[in-house]
Ligand binder design. Sequence first.
Ligand code: SAH
Length: 212
Amino acid sequence: MRVKHKPWAKEKLAAHSAVVIQDPASCKGRWNEIFGNDQPIHVEIGSGKGQFVAGMAKQNPDINYIGIEVVESVLVIALDKVLAAEVPNVRLLAVDGASLQDYFEPSEISRIYLNFSDPWPKKRHAKRRLTNPRFLTLYQALLPKDGEIHFKTDNRGLFEYSLHALSEYGMVLHHVSLDLHKSDFEGNVMTEYEEKFSQQGYPIYRLEAVFR
Ligand code: SAH
């Protein structure tokens, strides 16, 4: 996501350390303690401006959400949304999803959301796609058996690639939709990108994938 660089972002994130966890590696294995409850923990990688994670937290108070966004100038916008939503069940991390194993113990999280992930259309960049087998191995090591990945995108090429990569990896696919907003899926919480692209008339692709 391209936003103006904000030199003050780091300082603002640090000033809200109850929401933006400053040393997430030290929380590894202790996330339920951090949330102060035993609720399941769902992680979104590439949260962007935070509308999804804030909206999901409001809609599902019995789930804990962790939004991961590597660009601090973007994460500060998510922070504002989480603060405005007044939800106790969200934490934000300014880290790279590729290092997920540094922050979570196996089975500590039960679902991963990928929303409008960068498509990396060039073949030589395929390894950077968040549905690449390299990432699936990482997710599988952290999710329990039957752990789920929920994925939405406007990008047809990335969706085709992901259908292939996930099934090739041996995951079972559910609720595959080639036009989410015309499907019977209920309770959809839109992301910023989703609003933008669907307003422009593009269909939204969605799937759920389960490890087995
Ligand atoms: N989910 C949001 C943003 C989509 S853009 C929405 O739908 O509106 C993709 C976002 O993922 C960008 O903000 C980018 O900085 C972030 N991102 C990309 N790779 C990442 C990674 N490895 N770890 C964490 N965030 C990542």
